[in-house]
Design a protein around this ligand. Structure first.
Ligand SMILES: Cc1ncc(COP(=O)(O)O)c(C=O)c1O
Length: 420
């Protein structure tokens, strides 16, 4: 496999390719193929960007039709038919049936762009600079979002102070600590040293943080805390939105309505770049062009995004996730956890993590990931010290292939445990 051009000319910053050292040519459904014609099962799913499968044929058809019609490809944020149709579909098929009322902002196309917009807007609305975020959070790699992101390796790259954020222990860190009461105390104690925040940013499931699912009661308590204290609740649904958790928005299971929601990754339907920042209408205090950018609303991504939403509804993807999530949980509980009593499982819907931290062998999860690749499975790590093997298959993967991928993880864990 010739990878020398990348090694010679591509920046050292490249990362995922180091875990999967081959050259890919094609992808279809839940599979990748490389230059040697080798097939891989994909449990990484573009970090959640291709929930509806690689080259989904239904969405592809719409893209080809749009390309062949010489539809507008670039229009800054001008009005276009694909944008209108995406907004109409999102409004009618996603927001209204859930009783949600948001205006849609199109920031730049990545998750971090959506969070930067949310951060700026929250500070502008509340005229406060501080923001609360949780330890274990990942919100992106540009300076504002990175200030909300906790892992050392990411923060190290900033080169400047990352400030105006107060980190709150995540509820799983100190089970005996009532984190909501703790936040309240920070506000009421005139010796806390903490400024009142404009917003609290959360992921309802910390994904990069190691698949940490926050329970519905905690999410409701956090909503109430924000209401009681005039603080905006921002839910970052970049990774666990678009049905990943079993409902389109990950916060639906708690029955809460965030003030701002950020989405990217699979909102682009086909792995195309798109992000949205959903804003309660009364918070939409932007002046025209106050948050600007050349690539705000990729037209092909709008076509794919609308196609993705329609596909998701027609194929009842939310139900598929609940059913296949059970298959994953049952398989791991029966086949993988018994391999070593120190293994743990966490997850919801179709995002799951096998935790290796209690087995004191450095880099064990990484070794399992490496073995999986050897056996033809693409899967990534997450969490503190990358101690979690993170399962995130396309939501539309067929059940036989899902079981095949799970069997590869089992074999890779067995091989590694045998070598201890
Ligand atoms: C929860 C969450 N927020 C934000 C981001 C950043 O998204 P992007 O990499 O598209 O900037 C990610 C990326 O993994 C994420 O998981």
């Amino acid at each position: 496999m010739n990878t020398s051009v990348f090694e010679h000319y591509e920046s050292e910053v490249r990362s995922y390719c180091r875990h999967f050292p081959t050259v890919f040519t094609k992808a279809k459904g839940a599979n990748f193929f490389d230059e040697d014609g080798r097939k891989y099962i994909d449990f990484f799913c573009g970090a959640g960007a291709v929930n509806y499968g690689h080259n989904n044929p239904v969405i592809k058809k719409k893209l080809i039709e749009y390309l062949e019609s010489d539809g507008v490809m670039h229009a800054l944020d001008m009005y276009t038919v694909p944008k209108r149709e995406f907004i109409e579909t999102f409004e009618e098929k996603i927001l209204k049936p859930r009783g949600l009322n948001y205006k849609i902002q199109f920031p730049g196309p990545t998750g971090t762009n959506a969070n930067e917009a949310a951060l700026k807007l929250a500070r502008k609305v509340k005229k406060r600079r501080n923001v609360f975020a949780l330890m274990g959070a990942f919100h992106g790699m540009t300076l504002g979002s990175m200030a909300l992101t906790t892992d050392k390796a990411s923060r190290r790259g900033a080169g400047v102070d990352l400030n105006n954020v107060t980190f709150i222990p995540a509820p799983y860190m100190f089970p005996e600590l009532d984190t909501v009461a703790y936040m309240q105390r920070l506000l009421t104690d005139d010796h806390s040293g903490i400024e009142k925040p404009a917003a609290l940013f959360i992921e309802t499931i910390q994904a990069e943080g190691g698949i940490r699912v926050f329970d519905a009661d905690w999410l409701r308590a956090v909503r109430k805390f924000c209401d009681d204290n005039d603080i905006l609740l921002v839910v970052d649904d970049v990774q666990v939105g678009c049905c990943r958790s079993g409902t389109f928005f990950s916060f639906e299971r708690a029955g809460i309505q965030p003030d701002i929601v950020t989405m990217s990754k699979s909102i682009g339907g086909y792995g195309l770049p798109l992000a949205i920042t959903l804003i309660k209408p009364e918070l939409d205090v932007w002046s025209p062009g106050e948050h600007n950018g050349t690539f705000r609303g990729n037209q092909l991504a709008f076509v794919a995004a609308k196609g993705g939403l329609e596909y998701m509804l027609e194929n009842k993807v939310e139900e598929q996730v609940v059913r296949k999530g059970e298959i994953i949980r049952t398989y791991i509980e029966k086949e993988i956890l018994p391999l070593d009593s120190r293994l743990e499982l966490r997850g919801l819907g179709m995002i799951w993590g096998i935790e290796f931290e209690n087995i004191p062998v450095k880099g064990l999860a990484d070794k399992v990931i490496e073995k999986c690749f050897e056996y033809g499975l693409i899967i990534e790590g997450a969490g503190r010290k990358n101690s979690v093997v993170k399962l995130m298959p396309p939501l539309v993967i067929d059940e036989a292939e899902l079981l095949e991928g799970l069997a590869i993880i089992k074999k890779s864990v067995e091989d590694n445990l045998a070598a201890l």
